[in-house]
Design a protein around this ligand. Structure first.
Ligand code: ADP
Length: 303
């Protein structure tokens, strides 16, 4: 996560102070060695004391910098999550008030529109809460591993997204297995993997124009299965691509306009890492994005 200019200044200050003090300590140490080079005991004691002072300085500065970065993360967390919680709650409240005061005067179509918006808002709230909970446990909670049929899981995620987002069935295309290909099973926590795949599909839909489409395919390679999700949406600028898996990172075009707290991809990466897999992305601004997940295949892991 990029550090804010104010905190970057604080880090630069502490590093400068640390380097100056270390240089001073080394100079004093050299002076001590020159003055005492004939007497072994004070020489050795002096060198040890200076080494301890230098190590203490470096440790202290490292600790301070870590705390500054942690504070930055804390602020980013509060800012993005508060915004993500407040927006749907405000909208829900507004719609409920309107329904309460003028509900009888609204025609059926308008009322349905209100209900749909409120359902979307509650969905957004639930997603944010789920992301916050997952961020807390990602990489720490034990995995409940079992054999998971990857294609079955992908189909389940696709059906759920199509229904939830009212999309036509050809928007998300899942490539059928090649002839003769057996079921691809991975050893993993079904719920965690489901969350990760749902996140990637949700992003592909969220960052694309309606109906621009998403292609999903899976192929085996060297004891691994590589799941690929290719969308034709807005794509990711080259400068942003290295940061998208960082906690709280949001693309410039996303902030403020598209819902999200910048936690989704960080959670996906933590889940895939915990399964001994790998995730990476390729993209060009305006030309869509491709996300790949590599996971060890169950049969080959356990045979
Ligand atoms: P969020 O969606 O809440 O912003 P994520 O961690 O899921 O958080 O994504 C981080 C950033 O990566 C997004 O803000 C967006 O800029 C970019 N991104 C992720 N997926 C896609 C995608 N499929 N197409 C374009 N940009 C994407």
């Amino acid at each position: 996560m990029p550090v804010s200019p104010g905190r970057r200044g604080a880090i630069a200050f502490f590093v400068t102070v640390c380097v100056s003090l270390v240089v001073l300590a080394i100079a004093l140490n050299i002076g001590w060695i020159v003055l005492n080079w004939r007497e072994a005991v004070p020489l050795l004691l002096g060198v040890l004391v200076f080494a301890a002072i230098i190590a203490g300085l470096i440790l202290n500065t490292t600790f301070l910098i870590r705390e500054i970065r942690r504070n930055e993360q804390h602020d980013a967390f509060v800012n993005s999550v508060t915004h993500e919680l407040k927006t749907p709650v405000t909208s829900l409240r507004l719609h409920l008030e309107t329904l309460k005061v003028r509900g009888h005067a609204l025609d059926e179509a308008k009322r349905q529109e209100f209900y749909d918006t409120m359902l979307e808002d509650s969905e957004r709230l639930l997603t944010t809460i789920e992301h916050v909970l997952q961020t807390g446990r990602a990489g720490r909670a034990p995995l409940h591993k079992s054999r998971v049929d990857l294609r079955g899981l992908v189909d389940e995620c696709v059906t759920s997204t199509l229904t939830r987002r009212h999309l036509s069935s050809d928007t998300i295309r899942v490539m059928p297995p090649r002839t003769g290909e057996t079921t691809i099973e991975v050893m993993g926590d079904r719920e965690e993997l489901r969350g990760a795949i749902m996140n990637l599909i949700d992003n592909a839909v969220k960052y694309s124009d309606t109906n621009s489409g998403l292609d999903i395919s899976a192929r085996r390679s060297d004891g691994q299965v590589v799941l690929t999700l290719r969308d034709y949406g807005r794509g990711i600028p080259e400068t942003e691509l290295p940061h998208i898996f960082e906690k709280f990172y949001r693309g410039k075009q996303s902030s403020g306009k598209i819902s999200g707290a910048g936690l989704g991809l960080a959670i996906v990466r933590a889940v895939i890492d915990a399964h001994g897999g790998k995730i990476w992305a390729e993209s060009r601004q305006g030309e869509g994005s491709t996300f790949h997940i590599a996971l060890p295949v169950a049969n080959e892991v356990n045979s």
